[in-house]
Write a protein of this length. Sequence first.
Length: 180
Amino acid sequence: MNRLLGVFIFTAMLGWVASIILTAIHFWVIPMIPAGAELGGPMLVITSEWAYIGPVPLAAIGAVYYIVMIAMGSYWMTTKSETVERILLPVTAFGFLASLGFVYLQLFVIGAICPFCMMSAAATTILLAIELIVKYKGGAATAPSLQAQRVWATVFVATALLTMFAMWSLTVLPLPVPGA
């Protein structure tokens, strides 16, 4: 059971990486693209009207979602709280349904695929699947709690390193170059 919770946290970290990369593109790349530039592929998805709720990029909302999943997963692993289990299931179910809608938009409305968006959709699907498996197996309380200091320290360091990786990836991704 603890391995499943570890996979839950790691999956949320991968979703975090995808969302933080997309958020950085929204904040630092898109404003530099000249007006009227023709965009295709992933940038067509990222700049579409469906990529925002008002002025807020969906990727930023996704980043908040995943950092909360990382924190709640860590808390779940160290406490085996049934309350956390009851909260997480509807939240990730909603995230899964939202991801289905976003995948639909990419495939059938926008006509382009964003790999980071698909990575996020896969992460949300895996998070929900893990929760359903844990529930089916009797809940996380069937396994012993892990030492909080070890879990939180590991999660903090891993999340920080993955965030640095996400920011570095912006330097090697084939993003539009301003003025080109």
